[in-house]
Structure formats: C-alpha cells, structure tokens
Write a protein that binds this ligand. Structure first.
Ligand code: ADP
Length: 487
C-alpha cells in the first residue's frame, strides 16, 4: 500500500503554460479528506487573473505552438502515452482519488481507473480518423469540408468522479486538436493536478492543457464568461448550468452541459428479482449516491413490493460503510460537510413529508462525512425527495400498478439523464426504451458505461453528448470550402 508520504502530492500549484506556478493572489485553499475531516494538503487558489493567464497560454498554444502542426496520428500517440502513464501510476491515482473524494478504494480501483484508461485508449484511436467530406454540389465547383478544432476550450468539472470527469473532457478535446483550461472542483483538485504532470511527461506541448483549481463563482465564472474561450464544457448542477449558459452568452461560446438527474429505476414483477435488487443497490449506493444518473426513484410493481423491499433493506443495512482506504469497504464518505448536511436535510424532509423510513436515515460514526444507506418507502412523486436531486445514498420508493402509469410518473421530472427497466418481457423493455425521456436507458442493468457509448441528458439534464463519436461533435467545427472549377 502506498503511504501518504509516498503520494506525489506536490505543494499544490496551478499548471499554466507547462509551468507549476503560484496563483496571482498567492492565495491557497485546503483540500480535506472527507473520511477523517483532516486537511490533506493546500492548493493554489486560482481566480480571474489566473484564468486570464491560462487562456492566454491556451490561445498561444493553439495559434502559434507546435500543437497546430502536430500530425493527427501523433496526437493519438500522446494520448496512448498518457494512457500508459496512467496505467503505470494507477494505484497512486486511485489512492489519491479516494483520499480527496472519500469513495472506497475498491471502487476507484475497479471503476474509476479502468474507465479512465479505456477513455484515453478510445480517443487515442480517433485523431487520424476525424475528417471532412466532399460534397456533390450543383455547378462547376469542388466543395469539401474540413473538420477543425473549436479552439480554446474551458472545462469545468464536478467532484464525484474527479479524474474520470476530467478525462471525459480532456481526451476528446486532445483528439480533436483543441487547447484547454480545466477547472477542477474545489473539493477534489488533486488527481487533476497529478494528471497534468502525467500529460507533461507524455509530451503534451506546453499550454495545451492548463489546470486552474479554484472556486466556482470566481475561477469557474471567469472561465465561463471569458471572451477568448471558444467553448465551455460543464458537468455539475443544473442551477450552475444556467449560470454557465448566461456567462457563455457574452461571446456566444459553444456550450455543452451534463447536469443532474432524478433517474427512475423501474422494476416489474416479471423481472429476475435478485438481479433487480442488485441493480437497485448499484443504482443508488455506488459512489455514495453521488452519481448524476443515480437510480434515486425506485418504482416497484405492487405485487413484488414487499418482498423486494425486504431484500433491498437487508442488503442495504449490511453494506460495509467506513474507511474508504480499507479494501473491504463498500461505501465511503460523502465528499464534504456541505454535501453531508444537504443529504441529512433531505432525509429530514422525507420524514416530514410522510415517507416511511425503512433503513438508514442517519450519519454513520461520529467522524467523517458518512451516511448510512437510506431507503424511503411510500414516497409519492410530488415529495421533495422524489423531485430534487439529493446526490447521496437515499432512494425513494414509489409503487405502481401498470406500465402506462409508471411511464407517465417516470417522465414527470425536470430531469432526463437516465432510466432503467427490469423485466423479462422484451416488448415492455423496448416500449419503455422508446417512451422514457432520458439520454441513457438501461435494461436489466444499471450504471453501465463504455467510452464508445454516448452519455448526456434530455430536458434539464443538459445537452450535448459526451463519449463515443458524439464527443467529437462537441470539440470540432465544420468549414465548407468552395473552389471554382469553371471559367
Ligand atoms: P456541486 O454543488 O455538486 O458542487 P456545482 O455545479 O456547484 O455542483 O459544481 C460543479 C463545478 O462547477 C465545480 O467545479 C464548481 O466550482 C463549478 N461552479 C460552481 N459555480 C460556478 C459558477 N457560478 N460558474 C462557473 N463554475 C461554477
């Protein structure tokens, strides 16, 4: 096991133009281990001045640096090298993520890191396959298109999958030839900074990736409103998404938003119950419920309700909550005091609105931001705990009688990020895959991801699709070229 001392946590600096620098203001902030409430280290606090410097560096690297002339295939090679270095350092990265975020090491090791490596591998294969087309236009002309990078891209990411969210944005942006300014979440800046070092070691030219930790309303807002940023990619809360759009409108920069969810997880009586119970567990307790596509509204068909709740609550109450660094831990700490308080507030609201608390509903231990896996039953869709995103290990169970009713109720949400259906009836499965308003539909599975498959939201869960070929749309723009072949 790597000790804290062996972790390569440098005094936290900003990464701008290939150099590790203090913030213009010399301010720093602490990053906390949510499992112990202790300070891990301090990090330079970026603000408007630092964002300006980072954007200047990214612009210079885009317009004048070697990046523009780097062959597409060589961009792929750099991504492969980054991937190799991530693999080489995966234990350290997993440990650092667990320390900073509070998620169990078993999950950072088995989920975050493999998904990160796969995402880098996937986009490493793209650069030399991104191209335009020739178009059979009318008249004596040759018309073709060039698919060009968008330019300087601002990327603002959340704290729930810190490095994975960074890589979802950085890998396709590199594949398409953009330059970037990344602002990690203030709660979890460490793996992004370490990733900056890895990118440098892999030969990514100076200024292509700049990393500026800082707070949302200062550093984040400065990036979103910056007049020389061509595109902003954001993952976070829908309310912040609105602010980002507004700020981005200053220079009409392109925007893609991956926001929250209140995803329905629908279990029919004809499903394989044990698989569905496991799916409900993964759906809500994976990553302490701090997942934008968490299955936070669990719809159970009436005839199986009692048995299902019994099985689910037995499993939930025996989940091993505790020290995230212990490899047998199944649920770690919530990321911050703020998040911890917010979740407990929702639990109170569920009780007050008359939902039935089946298990959990309180903190675990007396140190660290741990919350017991919590199941509410007898919830209706109008309760706050069924409408608002809790972003914690709290599931709201709603009973239903028929497919039309459950479809209608599932779609009664401002969100539309994901939905899952458990049934052996192929007709029901496909009907719901068609009728549910969500960007991802899982049938007899939950929280399944692949770098090649698009992810993003309907309705107020955002727009634009990350991953797969779809991310290339976000990070490129099309130029149409006309050549007169006539006289
Ligand atoms: P959460 O409440 O879960 O932290 P946020 O949407 O507030 O979700 O945070 C996601 C990311 O957005 C973080 O990096 C945060 O610093 C950033 N952020 C928060 N507020 C703003 C803002 N006004 N402008 C730009 N970025 C912001």
């Amino acid at each position: 096991m790597i000790t804290k001392e062996q972790l390569k946590i440098k005094p936290g600096k900003l990464f701008i133009d290939g150099k590790w620098v203090d913030s213009v203001s010399s301010k720093t902030f602490s990053t906390i281990n949510p499992a112990t409430e202790e300070v891990i280290t301090t990090v330079a606090e970026g603000d408007k001045g630092d964002i300006n410097l980072a954007v200047v560096a990214a612009r210079k690297a885009f317009e004048d640096g070697p990046w523009r002339k780097t062959d597409a295939r060589d961009r792929g090679k750099i991504l492969l090298k980054i991937m190799e270095l991530v693999e080489k350092n995966k234990e350290e990265l997993a440990r650092l993520e667990t320390l900073d975020n509070g998620k169990p090491i078993s999950e950072t090791t088995a989920a975050d890191l493999p998904l990160i490596v796969d995402c880098l591998l996937y986009y490493a294969g793209w650069p030399d396959k991104i191209h335009g087309e020739t178009i059979p236009v009318r008249g004596e002309f040759l018309n073709y298109t060039i698919r060009e990078p968008v330019g300087v891209v601002g990327q603002i990411i959340p704290w729930n999958f810190p490095l994975l969210m960074a890589v979802w944005k950085i890998a396709p942006a590199i594949a398409c030839g953009n330059t970037m300014v990344l602002k990690p979440a203030e709660q979890t800046p460490l793996t992004a900074l370490r990733f900056g070092e890895i990118c440098q070691e892999a030969g990514l030219p100076d200024g292509v990736l700049n990393i500026v930790p800082g707070y949302g309303p200062t550093a984040g807002a400065a990036l979103a409103e910056h007049m020389d940023v061509d595109k902003i990619a954001f993952t976070g809360e829908y309310i912040t998404g609105r602010l980002i759009m507004k700020a981005a409108s200053r220079n009409l920069k392109r925007v893609s938003l991956e926001l929250g969810g209140k995803s329905p997880n629908i279990v029919f009586a004809d499903s394989d119950m044990d698989s569905a119970v496991n799916g409900a567990m993964t759906g809500i307790f994976f990553n302490q419920g701090e997942v934008c596509c968490a299955g936070s509204r669990l719809f159970l068909e009436k005839s199986i309700h009692d048995e299902f709740i019994d099985k689910l609550s037995n499993k939930a109450s025996s989940l091993r909550v505790g020290n995230p660094e212990d490899s047998s831990t199944q649920m770690g700490a919530q990321v911050s005091k703020e998040q911890f308080d917010k979740i407990l507030g929702y639990i109170d609201s569920g009780k007050q609105e008359g939902a039935k608390l089946v298990t959990g509903g309180e903190r675990f231990g007396d140190k660290g931001y741990f919350i017991r896996p919590t199941i509410f039953d007898e919830v209706n869709n109008n309760m706050k705990i069924a409408r608002e995103e809790i972003f914690g290990p709290v599931v709201s169970t709603i009973t239903f009688d028929d497919i039309n009713e459950v479809t209608r109720q599932s779609n009664l949400s401002i969100y539309g990020l994901a939905a899952a259906v458990w049934t052996k009836d192929i007709k029901k499965a496909h009907k719901l895959a068609r009728d549910l308003k969500a960007g991802t539909i899982w049938i007899n599975t939950y929280n399944t991801f692949d770098a090649g498959s698009p992810f993003g939201g309907f309705k107020q869960s955002g727009f634009g699709r990350e991953l797969g070929i779809h991310s290339l749309e976000l990070y490129t723009q099309i130029k149409s070229v006309w050549i007169n072949l006539g006289t």
